[in-house]
Structures are given as C-alpha cells and as structure tokens.
Ligand binder design. Structure first.
Ligand code: ADP
Ligand code: MG
Length: 499
C-alpha cells in the first residue's frame, strides 16, 4: 500500500504492561514464574475459590511506586482497587482486580531522543497519563488440530503495572523507542525482566491518523499481539497505511480492536471496542485502600538507581565518551556496571587522562566483551573475566606493553583461564620489548648485516625504514615494540650519517 506520508499525521498512544518480578502473585504468596508446568503455580485465591480473600503483596506497591518516580509521575497517597468485569474462561473470578478512577501514579513523562530525519537528534517529551496496578489473567491455548481449548491458570493473579501514555507519539519508530526506554528503565529498577518474547513486557498500541495540521484526533484502532519491537513498528506502519487508504477512498475508520498477525504481516479486526461502562467497574470491597506513606516514598527515593538517561550523560560528560559508545554501554544495566568497574580499576592504575582510559575500556567492551556475551548468550554479570582482571589487561595495552593483536590473544586466553594477563603475556610471548638494552643489539646487528641498504638509506632512500623495522621484528625473539624499534633505528642511522 502506498501512502502519501506528508498528507497525514499518525497519532499513537501506548498501553504498556510490565509483569512485576516480585516472584509471587499480587494477592497471594503463590510463586509466579514463566515456563512452569501448566496449572502448577495456582492457589485458591488466584483461582477465585469462594471464601478466599485477597491480600496485597507489599512489593507490588513498592515496585509500582519506584516506576512512578522513575517516570516523573505524581504518586497518589491513597488509592483503591477496582473490579473490572468480563467473562472469559481464563478469568476464573469473572473479574480482574485493577485500578480505575484513582491510579497510583499519574501525570508523568519520559524524554525520548529521536532522529529528526535530517541526521539531527532532538528530544521529544512523551506524557504518561497514568500507571496503575492490576493482576494478570490466565492463558487459553487453542489446539485447532485436536479441536480443544486448554486453560493454564499459572498467570492468574500475576502482578502487572499498566503504563498509559497520552497520544503523543508520532511514528512507529517513536513508539518503539518509547517501549525500549520503558524496558530499559524497568530493567534498571529491577522491577521487571523486560522479556517481550515471554510476555513480561507487552504493549497495546492505539493509533489514528489525521490530516497534517489538523487539531482534532482521528478515530483510533487498538492493535494487540505484537511481541517484539520490530513487530510493534511493522504493525503500526501497516495500520497507518490501512487507515490512510480508507480515508483516501472516502471510508471512515471503525473504532475497534485489531490483532497483529506477524506471519502474514497484517492486522485483523478482533472485536468492536468495548466502553468502560461495559466492564461495570466498582471498588473492590475485599481490599482496603492503599496508603503510600512518607516513609515508603523516602525509601523508594533512596533506593532509586542512576537511571539510563543520567548514566548516558555521565559517560559523555565525565568520561568523555562519544554519545554512541555511551548509548551502547548503558543499554543493559549489567554492562554499564561492568564498564564502571573496569574503568575505576584502570583509572587507579594509570596516569593518563580519564577519557583515554574510558575510550580504551569502551573499545574492549563494545568489541570483545559484547561479542562474547552475544555468542554465549550470557549477561555481562556472568562474563568470565571479572572487572579487575580485564582492567589489568587494558592497563598493559594503554602502557603499550602489548600490541592490540597481543591484547586480543591474551583476552581470548583469559576467557578460558583464570590467569593474570601479565603472566599470559609472557607465556604467549606477546609482551612488547621496548627497553633499549634488549633492543639495541638487534638493531645494530640488522644494520651491520645490511650495509648496502644502509648506504642507500643514507643516500636518501628513506622508504627503506620499513625494511629495517621488519628485519628487527623478524630476527628478535619475542615481541619488540615497533615504535621503539623505529626510534632506535632512526637514532642509530643518524649517528652513522653524522660520522
Ligand atoms: P479508551 O476510552 O478507548 O480506553 P483512552 O482515552 O483511555 O481510550 O486512551 C487509551 C489509549 O489510547 C491512550 O494511550 C491514549 O493516548 C490513546 N488514544 C486516545 N485517543 C487516541 C487517538 N485518537 N489516536 C491515537 N491514540 C489515542
Ligand atoms: Mg481508557
């Protein structure tokens, strides 16, 4: 479908669900893990057995407050749970416990750095309407071949937060960037693992289009079932194109919920949009109102880690790294911590400007460390070389005691062995020899054995320097520092021409 991008403006608002990593359910102590045998993480409360009563897991509140603070929300000091009624076989109680009129967090924002299209970066502030707590429903598995539907109640009662944005996003890539920023924050806060494939991070996207310049919003559709950043972008682009084509042909967009089908690359109508009154919301009489005390807020503020934005800024402003490096290194909190640790050890061992050390550390992490992390599918936390030992290798490199290829050899060996990089450097014979005492005899020998070349060099054929260096490098046993070899050759040859 071809669209005229300049004529219409897409408008997108997201509803992001994050599964809180509390390890227990919202209103019962039952475990809540992804991938457990179906119907093993269940209990009378989450199955809605008659006579059971929900009790809020304090951590759910704590994690939600953390997320609210991290996204500049106002924290409501007193809020309630509401019942949201609908019938579905995977919802045994017949209602979901959620929040309705008084969400615990509201009026927040998140800044996104976006590409203007002309290579310039600019900041877009996306308003967050609300963040509320709710419990998840179970899962229906429809087995078409056997013509049965199976129910897994493990997810029933698992704690979620729902983050709702204002319709402030203007393109599929902005929507994806927002989602990535949320994922980064929940991982930094350690309130959710952010795994989209396993469904711990899910997103419903509301999208409409309007003539560019128009104030009024167009009719929106809600798209569900996108389980990767790429699919969010694809689904939204498809939906924008579809809506533009409808409007261009004089047909109205129907407000409805649509499902993204990643295999066919299309969205399909699922159901007409239900209205809030369809859910018969009312305050849950089984749960007392929640209080967020001054003390809880103080503890949450105290526990707030340095967030991705601040961390990126610190790496650029204090460590002098390029913005690109800072973005890559802060992508995952584990890697960012590892970077900080390695740099701290390097800085305490060498006397070069911080930015020189930082760039060396960054190079090692962005190429060697990240490569291994990806190959092995591990997190930086489980990287086999601890920060202190990697720092010792980087110190060798900064001091030019090993060449870059020598350092790479040592690095490979360190992956499988606990040895000190200095010991490995001698064992692998890659320590660069740079002291005059060791190098000078070899330099003199090479000059003595190549008298005609020396004569030519002194006669003006300076290109022969490479030949002399090569000869020294070859005849010397060990790894001579090529820069030092050159210096010695230059001074020896000069001495001869002066004679
Ligand atoms: P509903 O009444 O359908 O639940 P809300 O006003 O609560 O709609 O908004 C739900 C989400 O849809 C929010 O993220 C909001 O930003 C977004 N949204 C609302 N109107 C539009 C629109 N016209 N186009 C795109 N997104 C919209
Ligand atoms: Mg709504």
């Amino acid at each position: 479908m071809a669209t005229d991008d300049s004529k219409y403006e897409p408008v997108i608002g997201l509803e992001v669900h994050c599964q809180l990593a509390t390890g227990a359910k919202t209103f019962s102590p039952e475990a809540a893990h992804f991938g457990a045998e179906p119907n093993t993480n269940v209990d009378p409360v989450s199955l809605g057995h008659p006579g059971t009563l929900p009790v809020l897991n304090e951590r759910v509140l704590e994690y939600t407050v953390r997320m609210g603070l991290a996204t500049h929300c106002t924290i409501r000091r007193r809020s309630t749970f509401a019942r949201k009624h609908y019938f579905y076989p995977d919802l045994p109680k017949g209602y979901q416990i959620s929040q309705y009129e008084d969400p615990i967090c509201y009026d927040g924002w998140l800044d996104l750095e976006v590409d203007d299209g002309d290579g310039e970066r600019s900041v877009r502030r996306i308003a967050i309407t609300r963040i509320h707590m709710e419990e998840d429903a179970g899962k229906s598995i429809h087995d078409q071949k056997a013509d049965v539907s199976l129910l897994d109640f493990n997810r029933c009662g698992v704690p979620l937060i729902e983050i709702v944005t204002e319709p402030d996003l203007r393109s599929p890539s902005e929507a994806s960037a927002f989602l990535q920023a949320i994922r980064q924050i929940v991982r930094y806060l350690e309130v959710c693992d952010g795994n989209m494939e396993e469904g711990s991070l899910r997103c419903d996207a509301n999208v409409s289009v309007r003539p560019r310049g128009a104030e009024e919003l167009g009719t929106k559709t809600e798209v569900k079932n996108m389980n990767s950043f790429r699919n969010v972008e694809r689904a939204l682009q498809y939906e924008i194109d579809r809506q533009v084509a409808l409007l261009e042909s004089g047909t109205a967009v129907v407000q409805e919920t649509r499902l993204w089908d990643a295999d066919s690359g299309v969205t399909r109508a699922m159901r007409s949009k239900e209205e809030a009154h369809d859910y018969r919301y009312f305050p849950d009489p089984d749960l007392v109102p929640m209080e967020v005390t001054d003390e809880m807020l103080a503890i949450a503020r105290e526990a707030m880690p340095e967030l991705p934005d601040a961390r990126r800024r610190r790496l650029v402003e204090d460590a002098g790294l390029p913005a690109y490096d800072a973005a890559v290194l802060t992508e995952e909190p584990d890697l960012a911590d590892y970077f900080d640790d390695v740099l701290r050890h390097v800085v305490s061992a060498v006397e070069v400007p911080v930015s020189t050390s930082a760039k060396q550390v960054s190079n090692f992490l962005m190429t060697d460390v990240l490569r291994v992390v990806k190959e092995r599918g591990i997190s930086a936390q489980d990287f086999p070389i601890d920060a202190e030992r990697l720092a010792r290798l980087i110190v060798l490199r900064i001091g030019d005691e090993v060449s870059s290829s020598g350092a790479a050899e040592i690095f490979e060996a360190m992956l499988d062995r606990p040895d000190d990089p200095v010991d490995l450097a001698s064992e692998l014979d890659v320590l660069q020899v740079s002291d005059e005492e060791s190098l000078l005899p070899a330099v003199r020998q090479v000059l003595a054995q190549n008298e005609s070349q020396v004569a030519q060099y002194l006669g003006g054929k300076e290109g022969l320097m490479g030949f002399f260096i090569g000869q020294v490098m070859r005849t010397f046993s060990g790894s001579p520092d090529p820069r030092r070899v050159r210096e010695l050759l230059v001074s020896e040859l000069k001495r001869r021409s002066d004679q």
